[in-house]
Write a protein that binds this ligand. Structure first.
Ligand code: CP
Ligand code: NVA
Length: 318
């Protein structure tokens, strides 16, 4: 085994049996090793067989990318998934998480949970004896952030000196970007309308994670935030569960659409990211998402490779 593959195994073997609830559950070496393993999977340089392992997908919200990328990742690892939506289980009839989690731990090898309140995710982690993966809550979307920074590293060869500007709502996606970006020492700028900035505690936590003291700046003017940035990122203005606020938010976010005028203020080699699904002509124009700057489909593809690496680590496949 080569030296780099030995350190990859060493960094990732400690994740065996662990949860992945937040970006802050990982350290820099583990993220770098996950990216290296993701690269190997993407380029068919490594095959890993997880045998008969089973990942349960407990999703209370809609999902295309997260659901399918987990399903395909497990299939490529010779393993399986089962769909455990609340309508298909007794969860829909009110069976408590503490019972569900202990029962599912007897059948499955890991659970990916997509839900509303982060406290539900924590309740699963409290009562389960198998790894719990955050597949999105109202607070964080850590699997998305892994794919996002892997995509940025692919584009620029390194994350050193990269500045990412996030335009829009200080939501779950923004929180995970701040945390993982800080761990990776990427400079982060956020432009949010007043009152829609990310929770202060996330910003403080992220600042404490940055070894090289990369910056996190918050603006209320998107033009100020994108100036000379390398990555421009946006997400929907109303997340799942906020549908009733949609009209109010469209009003509050006026001027925050990622359009050609805004993109022109970024670095000339800047790329555009969006976790998808997008509301075209709201947070991003059709023109920008279809432009040569957009990497949104590479980003979506990378969900598969980074989650394959994550599952390998959590399920002890190395
Ligand atoms: N980006 C993302 O998580 O997409 P889905 O909601 O389709 O899973
Ligand atoms: N912020 C969005 C992300 C969807 C992938 C939501 O929570 O709906």
């Amino acid at each position: 085994m080569g030296e780099s593959s030995q350190s990859l195994s060493k960094d990732l073997s400690v994740l065996k049996g662990e949860n992945f609830l937040s970006c802050s559950d990982l350290n820099l070496e583990q993220i770098k090793s996950l990216f290296e393993l993701s690269f190997q999977f993407k380029n068919n340089l490594r095959r890993i067989d997880l045998g008969n392992r089973v990942l349960g997908l407990v999703f209370s919200k809609a999902s295309t990318r997260t659901r399918v990328s987990f399903q395909v990742a497990m299939a490529r690892l010779g393993a399986q998934t089962i769909d455990l939506s609340s309508q298909a289980t007794q969860l829909g009839r009110g069976e408590p998480i503490k019972d569900t989690a202990r029962v599912l731990s007897r059948y499955c090898d890991a659970l990916a949970i997509r839900t509303f309140g982060n406290e539900e995710l924590l309740e699963y982690s409290k009562w389960s004896s198998i790894p719990i993966i955050n597949a999105l809550t109202d607070l964080e979307h850590p699997c998305q952030a892994l794919a996002d920074f892997f995509t940025i590293q692919e584009e620029f060869g390194s994350l050193q000196g990269v500045t990412l500007s996030y335009i829009g709502d200080g939501n779950n996606v923004a929180n995970s970007l701040i945390l993982l970006g800080s761990l990776l020492s990427v400079n982060i700028r956020l432009a949010c309308p007043k009152g829609f900035e990310p929770n202060h505690s996330f910003v403080e936590k992220a600042r404490s994670l940055s070894q090289l003291k990369s910056s996190i700046e918050i603006f209320n003017d998107p033009y100020e935030a994108v100036s000379e940035s390398n990555v421009i990122y946006t997400d929907v203005w109303a997340s799942m569960g906020q549908e009733q606020e949609h009209l109010k938010r469209v009003d509050a976010f006026k001027g925050f659409t990622l359009d050609t005028n805004l993109l022109e203020k970024a670095d000339s080699k800047a790329i555009v990211l969006h976790c998808l699904p997008a509301h075209r002509e709201e947070e991003i124009t059709d023109h920008v998402i279809e432009s040569k700057y957009s990497r949104v489909f590479d980003q979506a593809e990378n969900r598969l490779h980074t989650q394959q690496a994550l599952l390998t680590a959590l399920l002890g496949g190395l």
